[in-house]
Ligand binder design. Structure first.
Ligand SMILES: [Zn+2]
Length: 156
């Protein structure tokens, strides 16, 4: 399985992937927000997120980024390993434009998948730690934690 989709499962918790029907991880879902009229243009999201990432972790292996305007009800994003493609879905079917910081959160999540495949050694891991049937390895969580930590440090 080389495709990861980011899917909320219910109103309370968010399972980032459900490809195999298992939710090995969950997150607290943010309260619904009205789309901000001050959101950056969709065309600016990709360059903005790449610039943010460069400040916290310059990737050794480049990736493609598709900021997709097709409205989705459940899927927030995905990483396609064979194409090294990160995809973000910016529109919610009911709520409209997803908040920028929620999109960035999804972006970091998918980048963590990219990094777990392309440079696990950068995170003191010998190899990608994927276990068949489980969407998120320990290495994945270590990488995502490090990315989020660096981003938070940059804000303060
Ligand atoms: Zn994931």
């Amino acid at each position: 399985m080389d495709t990861n989709s980011t899917l909320p499962t219910n109103g309370r918790a968010t399972a980032r992937e459900g490809v195999d029907g298992m939710s090995s991880a969950s997150e607290i879902r943010k309260p619904a927000q009205l789309p901000s009229r001050f959101d950056v243009p969709v065309s600016a999201i990709g360059p903005l997120f790449r610039a943010r990432l460069d400040r916290i972790f310059p990737c050794r292996v480049d990736f493609d980024l598709d900021v997709n305007v097709r409205a989705t009800a459940r899927v927030l994003g995905g990483y396609y390993r064979s194409r090294r493609l990160v995809r973000l879905y910016v529109h919610d079917t009911e709520q409209g434009r997803r908040p920028l910081e929620e999109l960035f959160d999804t972006f970091l999540h998918e980048i963590a998948h990219h990094l777990e495949y392309t440079e696990p050694g950068s995170f003191s891991a010998r190899a990608c730690g994927r276990v068949p049937g489980r969407m998120h390895s320990r290495v994945f969580w270590k990488i995502l934690g490090e990315l989020k930590y660096r981003w938070v440090c940059l804000q303060s």
